[in-house]
Design a protein around this ligand. Structure first.
Ligand code: ADP
Ligand code: MG
Length: 465
């Protein structure tokens, strides 16, 4: 017969219904497992029955062999007499084989039980046929057979087996009269079917409950795994935070010595420059190189510190145009010395806005610095402000080499730089500041013809939580 839909969900190990018995057996077995002296021989049996399917096979064997033996006590007419003694023996041996089979090959349990069920049904039918058809006492064997199998295979299987039992009884009566009265067939089906369906129902419910417990268990295990992963991440994050603090401390600590070196190098430069001889000219070159390196180091630590202790912006009404003009005037002398043209164009329509002037200045200065660095071969730097309906745009353009696509993809990545002395933090800081102002940063570039970075800021900033 085919496995019913309800029971197929629990797979071959669907011996769920006997859970209670199995648990009982297991509970009795565990202390026995510790007691290796084997004082109680019953323990071996308990240990063998720890698995549900074995319990089922064992119980079905007990019920069927017991039923056969008991029914065998009933007197039958002499011409129907069979050798009950050897029948019980052979049947017991056959059931032991089934038990052994599911022990050796637990995966095929469901197939083995289906096969055994078919054999049992045939056997009862044969007994009915041989021992008086409609009159045979062996019809009683249907009770344990259908009930226990309904418990294992589920409610629908119970119903199907009830019908098969009724038909077998009726057919056996037809083949070997006396016939079974239709009332007898109906009574048999009622008395076999009702407990079978009830047992199947309980089994199905238990099976669902177990599936639910298993699902919850799997969920719990998954959550636990995630929790462990999160814990590990936390440990790493904590360590990284410590490393970050240490780096900040170092950056902070080296600033004073750097300032002192810078000052001393400047004084030394003055002393050396005051002496006109040729050897001193070489010394002056060396001092200049030292000062350049020190300045680079200073800029590096400054950017690190700006990144590390990014402050909460303090917004105040201020003029963006003025701030941008100040930045441009700040870099103009240096740019002019390098032969770079500097152009500023501010839109008078840009209104005073709530900005953190110091932070925004740093953001624009970072863009301007990048532009100047891109213009090492000369060219022009243009800074413009424009107002559209509800945003103000600050654009910084250069006529440098532009940005190749592979660099463009990683521009805002922290620590991404293509410069030997770069920190790779400038654009990341700029974006953070612009976003703190509720704005966005865009860029465009024509390789070979320069790049433009545009920060667009909303005039009415919406408060961020
Ligand atoms: P850094 O300037 O320290 O390298 P940034 O975050 O400021 O770090 O810039 C990252 C990279 O983006 C630079 O190394 C450079 O390759 C590229 N870049 C930024 N601005 C420009 C620009 N105006 N022209 C060409 N490349 C640029
Ligand atoms: Mg930079």
């Amino acid at each position: 017969m085919s496995a019913p839909a309800q029971s197929s969900s629990s797979g071959p190990g669907g011996g769920v219904p006997l859970d209670g018995d199995a648990a009982g057996a297991a509970a009795t077995a565990s202390p026995a497992g510790r007691d290796r002296s084997g004082r109680r021989p019953g323990n071996v049996v308990f240990r063998l029955l720890e698995r549900d399917e074995r319990v089922f096979a064992f119980l079905l064997a007990v019920v069927m062999v017991g039923g056969l033996a008991t029914v065998g006590l009933a007197p039958v007419r002499p011409r129907f007499r069979i050798d009950v003694y050897s029948l019980v023996l052979w049947f017991g041996a056959y059931k032991t084989c089934i038990l052994a089979l599911v022990t050796v090959n637990p995966r095929a349990t469901r197939h083995i039980f289906s096969g055994a069920l078919a054999v049992d049904l045939l056997l009862v039918f044969a007994l009915l046929y041989l021992t008086g058809g409609g009159d045979s006492p062996y019809v009683n064997l249907f009770f344990p057979l259908v009930a226990v199998n309904a418990y294992y295979f589920g409610r629908s299987a119970g119903l199907l087996l009830t019908v098969i039992a009724g038909l077998s009884y009726w057919a056996a009566g037809q083949l070997a009269p006396p016939e079974a009265a239709w009332t007898a067939v109906v009574i048999l089906m009622g008395q076999v079917g009702l407990p079978a369906v009830a047992l199947g129902h309980v089994a199905d419910r238990e099976r669902r409950a177990r599936a639910e417990v298993e699902r919850l268990n799997a969920e719990l295990r998954e959550t636990l795994t995630r929790l462990q992963a999160a814990q590990q991440e936390l440990v790493v994050a904590e360590r990284m935070a410590t490393v970050g603090k240490l780096a900040l401390r170092i950056a902070h600590e080296v600033r004073n010595p750097i300032a002192a070196i810078e000052l001393n190098a400047e004084i030394l430069g003055d002393i050396v420059g005051a002496r006109p001889d040729a050897e001193m000219a070489e010394a002056a070159g060396l001092v200049k190189a030292i000062r350049e390196q020190v300045v680079a180091l200073d800029a590096l630590t400054e950017e690190w510190l700006a990144f590390a202790r990014f402050p909460r912006p303090q917004f105040e009404e201020d003029s963006i145009n003025e701030m941008v003009a100040a930045v441009v005037e700040f870099v103009r002398p240096l740019a002019t010395r390098q032969g770079i043209g500097v152009h500023l164009s501010t839109d008078p329509a840009v209104p005073p806005m709530a900005i953190d002037r110091a932070l925004l200045r740093q953001a624009i200065l970072n863009l301007v610095k990048n532009a100047l660095e891109a213009l090492s071969q000369g060219g022009a730097l243009t800074v413009t402000t424009t107002r559209s309906s509800d945003t103000v745009e600050i654009a910084v353009s250069d006529t440098g080499a532009g940005i190749p696509p592979e660099v463009g993809r990683r521009l805002f990545e922290q620590f991404f730089t293509t410069k030997p002395q770069g920190t790779g933090l400038g654009l990341s800081i700029t974006r953070q500041i612009v976003e703190e102002h509720g704005g966005q940063i865009h860029w465009s570039s024509t390789p070979g013809a320069g790049a433009t970075f545009t920060a667009s800021l909303p005039i009415k900033r919406t408060e961020r939580p």
